[in-house]
Design a protein around this ligand. Sequence first.
Ligand SMILES: Nc1nc2c(ncn2[C@@H]2O[C@H](COP(=O)(O)OP(=O)(O)OP(=O)(O)O)[C@@H](O)[C@H]2O)c(=O)[nH]1
Ligand SMILES: [Mg+2]
Length: 301
Amino acid sequence: MGFFDKLKQGLSKTKSSFDEKINNVFSTFRKVDEDLLEELEEALVISDVGAETSVKIISNLRDKIKKDNIQDAELVKQALKNEIKQILDNVDSSLNLNTTPSIILVVGVNGVGKTTSIGKIANRLKKDGKKVVIAAADTFRAAAVEQLEIWANRAGCDIVKKEENADPASVVYEAIKITKEKNADVLICDTAGRLHNKKYLMDELIKIKKVIDKELPDVSKEVLMVLDATTGQNAISQVKAFKETVDINGLILTKLDGTAKGGVVIGIVSENNIPVKFIGVGEQIDDMEKFNSTDFVNALI
Ligand SMILES: Nc1nc2c(ncn2[C@@H]2O[C@H](COP(=O)(O)OP(=O)(O)OP(=O)(O)O)[C@@H](O)[C@H]2O)c(=O)[nH]1
Ligand SMILES: [Mg+2]
């Protein structure tokens, strides 16, 4: 199955999928009126888009319907898809790795898919002909390093690691040194999962960021936060908490292969003004793609 089909199948797996809810509204369609818009708004809200963003989408849709005098159900659906796409296109989701080296720092709460995503991204970059180094800056558990090592081997990349409980910032420091020595194109740093209310862990992230800014002042930097799409609205609050500590400039949405909560992507992008850069639809190395708003909206509805 191709990536798009996996995404589509994932998003529509359950009876309570986004598509199902929107189509339910249209299945009883009589005419384009305020009732229809209200029902659509409700469908968006219960699809994890979030209240604020749902109101915004429906308000824009109402204007569009009026302006173009839309009467037809299929055209309303098209217009709705366009409004959603516009929200997603409002932020630039391209990956900025324009310097050699460039760096990607990957952050997020426990178990969201950071390490797996790093393996998948490293593999993609490698296939694009880039030389990639991976830093094992999750030093909490020896198993975390082993897991990352497996991914590095699969992708054919070098890994820089230290002993368990080593200072994560020192791993990053070492990895930057090696990246420069090897003249590698991209350094990707894994970090331990952390909760935003654990101050010492958030301070650790700040320390890592300081090392990066000092050792690689003028390079392209991507700070990507990984979110598990199955957590729905919770993902929105995770972003809000994290972005107060580190400047996140992109998101990676994982586990879109098994959730009815794909709508959460729209709310996250709209409320935080941070683009989704990658989406994951499974546990295999090829189950990650750059985010494409057209494909995403087509898979959603
Ligand atoms: N179905 C599915 N599973 C995924 C996806 N991405 C990651 N996983 C699974 O989620 C689990 C956690 O993934 P990890 O990559 O270890 O997550 P992590 O954020 O590094 O976890 P910690 O380092 O413990 O914080 C693993 O079982 C992965 O196989 C995805 O897109 N789809
Ligand atoms: Mg991990």
